[in-house]
Ligand binder design. Structure first.
Ligand code: 5AD
Ligand code: SF4
Length: 445
């Protein structure tokens, strides 16, 4: 009889970087002979890839660890990966003594060795393995073993870490300094994905437009265009952009390469220059609006989305009004709004004039209600338009197919009788109805 197969369960919290890191972790574990299972009960090793961007996200992992603590008695091992691991480090062992592995994203390259260490200890009491010291590394987590979960659309990391140090943000502490991959290796991965049948790629980084090719061959806009020209690639997205480094050349690339999607996520955080200054965002409201104007002057209509934080320390009612007026001025197609959450190590942790939680909640709901109205109104412009959508799924209960436009809008549609759209294919759909967060349509043939 052979050895029982090693099994693991992995749950991911947080941003797309984390989702993609998890795909790499899964691939790495599988290459080590592990099999992924879908429940904690079936698994020998239970991993959480964590997020610490706001306190609420951070607490989730501790709830999970508490919920499953008793399973340690069955010999199961627990590991905490990602941003909470990096931020809290060995303190996690104190708070959750049943954890065996604590590893930040800059140390995933070393996961195979760490797993061997954990395995060596199985049955010999609880061991503690850490990977926390690599944030100064120049290396990215490049692996030949990425286990992508979607067969049509996939992520490619182009830059890791962040050097910006916005006053509220943990990312520079959890993900370390900026390091870019060579454009050659990014392009090789894009070509490989195209060969495997992927038609949509999303270039990822905390700050994609700070990208600096270590080989000095390509700027970010040039890399974007080159990925868009890889045969077989039909859609290229990128996230996230920082307004300070967002150059006109990116808009020019979108203008000249049709496969580059007409959607840009450009987090503004606040509409008040005073608050932007306190946040150390390195741009003013006017400079941000200048970038918006470049996009609005593009040949194709570019859909613009953003992130906004309400209730940053010292944010006055007048500052908040400025954020509201920015929504009117830009007319975003979507926003992600957040209540400011004080985070460890960050400069704003020490700022005075904290805004009470109820006031943050009030501002957030005013913001979201206003934006909902804008989206309700703006989505009407799509009525009667024909857009190409990628078929992403099926909603059986509604008898609808789920599609996504190049502008990143969900367009649910009906297909003509007897016609079954293929998942991952691109079909033309006319918009017949609209809601604040999605569109409704009919496939045209
Ligand atoms: N509190 C609230 N929101 C935050 N974000 C980042 N840090 C914080 C924080 N401390 C938001 C920003 C960022 C998004 C990913 O999360 O809007 O763009
Ligand atoms: Fe969360 Fe930021 Fe880490 Fe992503 S990089 S998982 S958003 S803390």
């Amino acid at each position: 009889m052979g050895e029982p197969q090693k099994t693991f369960y992995l749950e991911t919290f947080g941003c797309q970087m984390n989702v993609h890191d998890s795909e790499k972790v899964v691939g790495t574990l599988m290459a080590q002979g592990y099999r992924q299972v879908s429940t904690v009960e079936e698994a020998g090793l239970i991993l959480y890839n964590t997020c610490s961007i706001r306190d609420k996200a951070e607490q989730k992992v501790f709830h999970r660890l508490a919920d499953y603590k008793k399973l340690q008695a069955q010999g199961k091992k627990f590991g905490v990966l990602g941003c909470v691991a990096q931020q809290e480090g060995e303190k996690i062992f104190e708070r959750a003594p049943h954890v065996s592995l604590v590893c930040g994203s800059a140390s995933y390259r070393n996961l195979p060795q760490m797993l061997v260490q954990i395995e060596a200890q199985i049955g010999a009491g609880n061991c503690r393995v850490t990977g926390l010291d690599d944030r100064e590394t120049d290396e990215c987590f490049e692996t030949e073993f990425t286990a992508r979960t979607n067969p049509h659309r996939g992520y490619i990391t182009i830059i890791e870490g962040c050097d910006k140090f916005c006053a509220y943000c943990v990312v520079p502490f959890t993900r370390g300094k900026e390091r870019s991959r060579t454009s050659d290796s990014v392009l090789a991965e894009a070509c490989q994905m195209a060969d495997q049948g992927y038609s949509e790629v999303q270039l990822l980084g905390q700050n994609v437009n700070s990208y600096k090719d270590p080989a000095g061959k390509k700027s970010f806009a040039e890399l974007l265009a080159a990925v868009g020209e890889v045969p077989g690639i039909k859609r290229v997205r990128f996230t996230t952009s920082h307004p300070r480094d967002f150059g006109r050349d990116i808009v020019a690339a979108i203008d000249s390469v049709p496969t580059l999607c007409d959607h840009v996520h450009l987090p503004v955080q606040s509409g008040s220059t005073r608050v932007l200054d306190a946040m150390q965002r390195l741009y003013t409201r006017d400079q941000y609006l200048e970038r918006i104007a470049w996009m609005k002057a593009a040949k194709r209509e570019i859909s613009i989305t953003t992130d906004i934080i309400v209730g940053f320390p010292g944010e006055t009612e007048a500052d908040f009004e400025q954020t509201l007026s920015l929504l009117d001025e830009v007319e975003y197609d979507g926003i992600f709004g957040f209540k400011y959450s004080p985070r460890p190590n960050t400069p704003s942790l020490k700022f005075e004039d904290a805004i009470p939680d109820e006031e943050k909640a009030r501002r957030l709901s005013v913001l979201q209600e206003k934006q909902r109205e804008i989206q309700r109104r703006r989505n009407e412009r799509h009525l009667g338009q024909i857009a190409e959508v990628m078929v992403e799924g099926r909603n059986d209960a509604r008898g609808q197919w789920i599609g996504r436009t190049s502008q990143n809008k969900v367009l649910n549609f009906k297909a003509p009788e007897g016609l079954t759209p293929v998942l991952g294919s691109y079909v033309p759909v006319v918009t017949t109805g609209c809601f604040p967060n999605s569109l409704l349509g009919q496939m045209v043939i």
